[in-house]
Write a protein that binds this ligand. Structure first.
Ligand SMILES: [Zn+2]
Ligand SMILES: [Zn+2]
Length: 279
């Protein structure tokens, strides 16, 4: 099989700008791109539409997800591929995370209303956020109401840690994220290890059972990519890569396939998932 695979991208199911079907067609239009993974944040809701659109678009759809876990002073993102979408623990975890995000937004809104920002509306924030509601949606709402001058200003005054509209979010550990994917017979891969900022967390994710490292990523330097690819090979892990595109965006559009790996990596992920199913 010839061609390249982009194993990391986002659609409107989380914070991307294109609907899953459009996103898949956009990826298919890129030269030499044979496979695209849809890896939305904490949701698999875009996969059905993406999978349906892929054959006609002429591209292989790799089903994925990107779970956000937290460690002190950093976020650890864990990608999962070829999991059973009907599996209990992973689906339950995603549902709990979605409910956690909604509760967090509701609490933040009531704190802001008590502060005197009385026009803040939880319905509006939920509408802006859809399935993966987060602080950026609340920030956008504060800006549209004139309570903040910019998204940055909304965070600085109200939403950042220590500010009056801040609500801590329910914590998922990297171990829980990795376990949930493994339990669903999916292949956990540590996303953009170079962005975590602490190699100890990379080692901890490897110990917790990730089957791969995302060596190639838009925000990795060539030296980081080479280093993580080597680390993966030495540990017997799959090295993966992807653009992490969020769709066409005004300022900085990252094209699907602008960071990609040989399509053989897709077969390695499928084999790893098949192995987990047999185990
Ligand atoms: Zn990420
Ligand atoms: Zn991502």
């Amino acid at each position: 099989v010839a061609g390249r695979a982009d194993l990391h991208s986002h659609t409107t199911a989380s914070d991307g700008t294109l609907r899953p079907a459009e996103h898949v067609r956009w990826a298919a239009a890129q030269d030499g791109l044979a496979a695209i993974a849809v890896t939305d944040h904490d949701t698999i809701d875009g996969l059905t539409e993406a999978e349906a659109a892929a054959p006609e678009a002429g591209i292989t759809l790799v089903p994925g997800v990107e779970l956000s876990a937290e460690v002190p002073n950093a976020e650890v993102h864990v990608l999962g591929y070829y999991f059973d979408p009907h599996d209990g623990p992973l689906v339950d975890l995603l549902r709990r995370m979605r409910e956690g995000r909604r509760l967090r937004a509701e609490r933040a809104v009531s704190q802001l209303v008590r502060l005197g920002l009385t026009r803040v509306s939880v319905e509006r924030v939920l509408k802006l956020g859809g399935e993966t509601i987060g602080r950026p949606h609340l920030a956008a709402h504060l800006v549209e109401l004139g309570y903040a001058l910019s998204l940055r200003d909304a965070f600085d005054r109200y939403l950042a840690r220590g500010r009056p509209g801040y609500v801590p979010r329910p914590k998922l550990t990297p171990e829980e994220a990795i376990r949930a994917i493994l339990e669903a017979e999916g292949v956990p891969v540590l996303a953009h290890p170079g962005l975590i900022g602490n190699e100890a967390w990379v080692r901890r994710a490897v110990e917790a059972g990730v089957r791969g490292l995302e060596a190639y990523h838009t925000d990795h330097s060539p030296a980081q990519a080479a280093g993580y690819a080597r680390q993966a090979r030495e540990a017997g892990l799959i090295w993966t890569g992807g653009s992490d595109t969020h769709g066409p965006a005004g300022g900085r559009t990252v094209l699907p396939g602008s960071t990609a790996v040989p399509v053989e990596v897709v077969e390695q992920l499928q084999e790893a998932s098949a192995y987990l199913r047999r185990a």
